[in-house]
Design a binder for this molecule. Structure first.
Ligand code: C2O
Length: 495
């Protein structure tokens, strides 16, 4: 859709302000009007009683009131959460565009409900400010808090379990993890998740590091509704996903033109949303590639949209640079799982050159922990190590063989149970390809081991350990990780 169609179809309908023409590179551009691009702010930059937070509180309170009056109101708080419960895609490449469209329509509805035409959704940067934003705490009278048994909440709900002073764990959400995601030019393992899905649901393939580590961890660590597909009942959901959305824009800026140019994907119409009048509406993946075209951006993001779709093919795994093994053992609380793979010469050589930083083009050492039969509960997670012969469940993340840490979202889904609580009946647990799968980026670890001269490229040993979160009791028998396969591949990034 061009700008004029955009103006007709979306901009005017929601009353966005427009400017006609703009100055570009010293020349006056007499093109069609450009939408006002609002900047979604960092919630920590907003004082508790500033107009933006006031508007957010008013909008959320009004949406909850609508659900109180009519639980089926599509523009009510529960109606919006239900969209997620019934339709949100995970473990595949619809994850980012679907949640972007979801937030876009939510923001329109909340703006209208707030009565403030300047309303814009803030984001929660848990890397810089790992504790919950203070404006989202304060008990049942604060529409932004989410406590159990809240008499002001319309319908069933499950309050957060994270403490007000408890930081989101940097093992999943810290600067090193973010750096690794932004450094990784492989769309699938960095941010995109599995590209084989032809529709958002029910395909469940591989999660990217962004999805499987920081994203899942915030859901599990905040817990309560946030650990389920009913997570949008908790107002912090929207700010968490705005931050995920922001990280997508950061990755785009680092790797311009790397979004997969697959028409069947780009043209898929995600049409499960509602506009401010409660009409069912949708957007294609292509429609949401530019945040600027949707009327918003994040601080530091260019005001002009970048080129959005790849002009070149994305990374391909060459022959011989992949090895895979079926797994029959289990990682338990006391016993790590070690999977040994014997790489062919081509793969060994490539790993050696990455370890020696002799790699001519950027490459990603991508592990895949596939077909995990039973998800770990929100109180637990697993760590991945590479070539660590002395691995125990206590081996720290400061060990040079450490690769990364991963958690599950909506763990009940992998177990054939219903998920969500209360009204969480609508089922979608079918057709996973035999369990949850994670992409893991081991590039940094291979380089680090190389620098320390302790990397042996003739062997690959992928180690997995399961752990309970600090201060959380998890029964021994569910602290088991049983993957179906482990795979290692080197992806050369086309340039
Ligand atoms: Cu579809 Cu983070 O949730």
């Amino acid at each position: 859709m061009n700008r004029r169609e955009f103006a007709r179809g979306v901009g005017w309908a929601v009353g966005a302000a427009w400017t006609s023409g703009r100055v570009r590179a010293g020349a006056l551009d007499e093109g069609p009007p450009t939408p006002t691009v609002r900047v979604r702010p960092d919630v920590m930059s907003l004082s508790p009683n500033c107009p933006q937070i006031e508007a957010l509180r008013r909008g959320v309170a009004e949406m909850k009131r609508r659900s109180e009056t009519d639980p089926n109101s599509p523009t009510g708080w529960i109606g919006q959460a239900r969209i997620h419960e019934q339709a949100c895609p995970h473990n595949n490449w619809f994850f980012l565009p679907w949640h972007r469209a979801y937030l876009y329509y939510f923001e329109e509805i909340c703006r209208q409900a707030s009565g403030d035409p300047e309303f814009v959704l803030p984001y929660w940067d848990w890397t810089s400010h790992p504790t919950l934003p203070p404006t989202f705490l304060g008990g049942a009278d604060n529409p932004l808090d989410h406590v159990s048994n809240n008499p002001n909440f319309p319908g069933p709900h499950q309050g957060r379990r994270i403490g007000a002073d408890e930081p989101i764990d940097p093992e999943f959400n810290g600067p090193l993890v973010l750096q690794e995601i932004l450094d990784n030019a492989d769309f699938d393992s960095a941010i995109g998740s599995d590209r084989r899905a032809t529709a958002p649901r029910p395909f469940r393939g591989n999660q990217s590091v962004l999805e499987g580590s920081p994203h899942n961890n915030v859901h599990g660590q905040v817990s309560g509704d946030m650990a389920t597909f009913w997570s949008p009942r908790d107002p912090i959901f929207w700010l968490h996903h705005a931050n995920i959305d922001r990280i997508w824009t950061l990755w785009d800026a680092r790797h311009p033109g790397s979004f997969p140019a697959v028409d069947s994907f780009l043209d898929y119409n995600m049409n499960v949303f509602f506009d401010t009048s409660g009409n069912q509406v949708g957007k294609t993946v292509r429609d949401v590639l530019s945040t600027q075209a949707l009327g918003y951006r994040y601080p530091g993001q260019a005001a002009e949209p970048p080129p959005v779709v790849a002009a070149r093919e994305v990374a391909a795994v060459r022959q011989g640079l992949r090895i895979r093994s079926d797994v029959r053992e289990v990682a338990t609380r006391v016993e790590p799982l070690q999977v040994d793979l014997a790489p062919a010469a081509a793969l060994s050589e490539r790993l050696a050159s990455i370890a020696a930083e002799r790699q001519p083009v950027p490459a990603t050492v991508r592990l895949r922990i596939g077909g995990i039969r039973q998800a770990l509960p929100p109180g637990a997670y697993f760590r991945v190590f590479l070539n660590c012969d002395y691995l125990t469940p206590a081996t720290p993340t400061t060990d040079p063989h450490y690769v990364g840490s991963f958690a599950f979202f909506d763990h009940a889904d992998g177990q054939g149970q219903g998920h969500g609580r209360g009204e969480g009946e609508a089922g979608h647990g079918a057709a996973h390809e035999g369990g949850t799968s994670f992409y893991v980026d081991a590039t940094r670890t291979v380089r680090l081991l190389g620098r320390q001269e302790i990397f042996d490229p003739s062997r690959i040993r992928v180690g997995l350990v399961t752990r309970a979160r600090a201060g959380v009791e998890v029964a021994e028998q569910v602290l088991r990780l049983e993957p179906g396969q482990v795979e290692v591949a080197v992806l050369d990034q086309a340039r």
